[in-house]
Each structure stands twice: as C-alpha cells, then as structure tokens.
Ligand binder design. Structure first.
Ligand SMILES: Cc1cc2nc3c(=O)[nH]c(=O)nc-3n(C[C@H](O)[C@H](O)[C@H](O)COP(=O)(O)OP(=O)(O)OC[C@H]3O[C@@H](n4cnc5c(N)ncnc54)[C@H](O)[C@@H]3O)c2cc1C
Ligand code: HEM
Length: 407
C-alpha cells in the first residue's frame, strides 16, 4: 500500500502536474526516445505527431493522481491500458525505463519546484501503478497463450484470401501458418500486425477482428489511409497491406486483446444498439454477427454512417443478416449528398445525431456500442449522457489512444 505521506504529496502536486500535463508528456517522450531508443518501435509515430498519445498519458497521470486514494474508480482505465500494452508486448522490464524518464521529466519540467520529497512520492506512486499494470498484463499474456490455438508474442499467419469491401477498405483473411487451430476471441477485440519498416526496424498497428469468432480465419478489414494534407506521408501499414500483401504472404500477428467487446453471456432483454461510422464498422460487424446468433429475443439495431455508398463496407452482409433475422433492423446514414437520388427506405442523408437515433429506437433504454472518429463519438456520447443512460450500458472504442469525449 502507498503511505499516507505519499498519497498527500501526490494529491497536492496533481494540479501542478495537470497544468503542465502535455508539456510534461511531450518532453517525456522526446527524452525517452533519445535516451532509450530501444522502446521507440512500440510507439506509433503518427500518434506522437498528432499529440494523441501525449494527451492520453497526461490524462492517465492526472486521473491516477486525483484518485490515488480511491483506485477502484480507475478499474476501466487500467483494463484499457493493460489490454493495449499486452497487444503491443509491453513487458515488466520496460517499466523502469518509462519510470526513470517520467521522473526525470517531472524534475526537468518543474525545475526547483520538484523537491526530493515530491520526486520520491511520485516514484513510489509510479511503482505502485506499474505493479498493477504488470500484474494484469501477465494474466492477459497467460490467458492468450493457454487457450486453444493461443500463443504468446508474434506468430506468422498466412493470407488465405484478400477481398475488397469498398473503394478504400480491404479484408485480409488470415490463418495460422503453423496449422494450429484459430483461437477464439471476444467479438469486438483486435489483433496487432507487426510490419517491417524501411529503416530495418518494425512498427505495430492494432486492427479489430471484423468477422465473428469460430471461423477458420481471423479477418481484419483495413482502410487505406491517405495523406491528410499535401506533403505528409500516407499511412504506412495500411498502404503496405493494401499494396504489397497478397494471398500466400505471411503477416506477423499478436493475439486478440481489448476491452471493447460484446458480452454474449449477458442475459437481459434490453435492445442492443450498434452505431458505426466509417471503418469503425469493423468491431461492430463482428459484434453484430455474434449478436444475431446469441440474442434472438432482443431487438437489435445497426446504424452505419459513411461518407457515401462507395466507401461503405459490409453493406451486402448487413442486408443479408437483416433478411435472416427478423429482430435486426439496419439503417444507413450518409453524409455526402446522394448520387442519383437513390436513397430510400433504410438509407438516408445526414449526420448521426441523438435525435436521429431516437427516431429509430423502441425506447432509449438500450445497450449502446459505437466506434468511429472523435467528433462522431463525442456527439453520440453527449447524447447518451443527456438521456441518462448508465455508463455500464455505453461501450465504445477509439481507433487510437483514447481521446476526450467530454469536450
Ligand atoms: C483498437 C484499434 C482497432 C483498430 N481497428 C482498425 C480496423 O479495423 N481497420 C482499420 O483500417 N484501422 C483500424 N485501426 C487503426 C489502425 O491501427 C491504424 O492506425 C491505421 O491503419 C493507420 O495506420 P497506418 O500505418 O496506415 O498510418 P500511420 O502511418 O500510422 O499514419 C496515420 C495517419 O497519420 C498520417 N501521418 C503519418 N505520418 C504523419 C506525419 N509525419 N505528419 C502528418 N500526418 C502523418 C497518415 O497519412 C495517416 O493518415 C484500429 C486502431 C485501434 C487502436
Ligand atoms: C505506469 C505506467 C504506464 C502508464 C500509466 C501508461 C499509460 C498508457 C496510456 C494511458 C496509454 C493509452 C491507451 C489508449 O488510450 O489506447 C498507453 C499506451 C501505450 N503505452 Fe503505456 N503506460 C505505462 C507504461 C508503459 C510502458 C512501460 C511502456 C513500454 C515502453 C508503454 C508503452 C505504451 C505504448 C507503446 C502505448 C501505445 C502507444 C500508441 O498508440 O502509439 N507504456 N499507456
């Protein structure tokens, strides 16, 4: 347990660290990559570039400091971080590296304000949180290794099928190259792809499993990331997969992880509402495919938002599922103007707002699962909070470090 003295110091210095949060974490990453370049391949440079990872870490430190005497409230955050770390093979030996650079950064950013007492308290608090994460990550590694078809670390999978789902989304069907069984996973979870980089290193990306569990493959469906503006590089791994990975090729995968999943053991009758935007449809497709088989007695509603029909994936599959399962209703919402005024029935033009969702539901009380870009997530989250939906019924995933929803 942390001493009362440490708790007092961490709580009293939390506001100062929060004030300097992003400066501190930016400094921390620069420092760590300079002093310990061996950990750089774990991190996605694009997340650093956009400041997302710095904000996620600053937010985690602030939340930890504010709740240091009531850590139960951080349970969800700890699980999210542990699953992310386990997906990237973060191991106990990496924690002292992060700890040393974080404490040195606190000293360097706070200057004379960082007394030995403060640094010692934060060192103890860091060690305490590190032990919680290390413990949970160890369990995840063990669970992933011991299940049928499970493994630890990266293992080669062969591409057995490559299929274009829309103008910019392509699916890769992956089977273990060693002939082992395909492991089960929870619908909504993601795997990690490791790819070689031109400088002789490697880089990792998470991809949600887009098919339901129990198939003879793990399937990922990847959107080609174009440069956001002139003179910026195109997305590295997504373009590598689209352009150079073909049927017969090997791809290194780490086991399924993630805390955004459909709990098929739940036995209540509330409607299930799935809302996806763009390529955020991948975990939703997996969950929906499992849900229609598990929950014949529940109303299930899918809303898929996309720019237009050309970039929308899985429309045919969703249509077929709705044909087969009377309890499933499917709606498409496009933000681009319609081509040839062809949208009728369950397809409409506009944004996905709380009012739009409400117009499709039998009632507000439902379990909500959503995934898409930040503005979409913020708007949906606000709507659900205003309706008073309990947090336990609201589930979402960011395709990157968790970003603010309250903003
Ligand atoms: C849990 C989870 C699940 C995911 N599931 C899926 C999924 O199912 N399908 C899917 O397609 N994606 C998914 N993603 C996203 C995926 O992990 C990758 O982030 C995505 O494919 C982009 O990776 P990339 O290597 O192509 O792009 P990156 O190289 O990481 O670049 C990302 C973006 O930043 C831009 N960029 C890169 N470098 C710079 C720079 N120096 N300056 C300015 N801009 C820059 C790129 O053009 C690109 O738009 C998921 C992510 C997470 C965390
Ligand atoms: C107590 C210590 C730590 C805390 C509180 C912490 C916190 C976090 C948080 C909040 C995220 C973002 C999760 C998300 O929203 O997806 C994250 C991601 C990550 N962490 Fe940690 N972390 C710790 C230790 C470590 C260590 C020791 C390493 C090893 C080098 C590490 C490597 C990573 C990586 C690679 C990511 C993903 C980054 C990306 O998306 O580019 N972390 N961590």
């Amino acid at each position: 347990m942390l001493s009362e003295h440490t708790i007092q110091i961490v709580k009293s210095t939390a506001p100062i660290l929060q004030e300097h949060g992003e400066t501190l974490t930016r400094h921390f990453y620069q420092r760590m990559f300079k002093h310990n370049p061996e950990v750089a391949p774990f991190f996605n440079p694009a997340h650093q570039q956009a400041g997302k990872q710095q904000r996620a870490l600053a937010g985690a430190i602030a939340a930890y400091a504010a709740n240091i005497d009531n850590l139960e409230v951080l349970g969800g955050a700890v699980e999210l971080i542990a699953q992310k770390h386990a997906s990237l093979m973060i191991k106990p030996e990496h924690y002292p590296i992060v700890g040393a650079n974080l404490l040195a950064s606190i000293r360097e950013v706070l200057g004379e304000g960082a007394t030995d007492d403060i640094i010692n308290a934060w060192a103890e608090a860091y060690g305490f949180l590190a032990d919680i994460l290390i413990g949970r990550e160890k369990q995840i590694y063990q669970e992933n290794a011991k299940k049928t078809g499970g493994w630890e670390g990266f293992k080669p999978f062969r591409v057995i099928r490559k299929e274009q789902e829309s103008r910019n989304i392509t699916s890769f069907y992956l089977a273990p190259a060693d002939g082992a069984p395909v492991p089960t996973f929870k619908p909504g979870q993601y795997i990690t792809v490791r790819a070689a980089t031109p400088n002789g290193s490697t880089t990792m990306r998470n991809y949600s499993l887009s098919d339901k569990p129990g198939q003879e493959w793990l399937r990922i469906s990847v959107k080609r990331e174009l440069p956001p503006e002139a003179n910026t590089p195109a997305g590295y791994v997504s373009n590598h997969l689209h352009d150079t990975v073909e049927v017969g090729d090997l791809v290194d995968l780490a086991p399924p992880c993630g805390e955004f999943f459909l709990d098929v053991s739940e036995r209540h009758t509330r409607p299930l509402v799935f809302v996806a935007a763009g390529v955020g449809v991948t975990p939703i497709h997996s969950m929906l495919s499992a849900a229609v088989e598990e929950f014949a007695e529940r109303d299930i509603i899918l809303i898929h938002a996309a720019l237009n029909e050309e970039v929308q994936a899985f429309r045919t599959t969703f249509g077929a599922l709705a044909q087969r399962h009377r309890n499933l209703k499917v709606y498409y919402r496009y933000s681009d103007a319609p081509a040839n005024n062809t949208r009728t029935g369950n397809a409409s033009t506009g944004l996905v707002t709380a009012e739009y969702i409400e117009s499709l539901l039998p009632g507000r009380d439902a379990d909500y699962y959503f995934c898409g870009p930040q503005p979409f997530m913020v708007s949906l989250y606000h709507g659900l909070m205003q309706w008073g939906i309990p947090a336990s019924q609201v589930h979402f995933e960011f395709f990157g470090p968790r970003q603010a929803l309250e903003g």
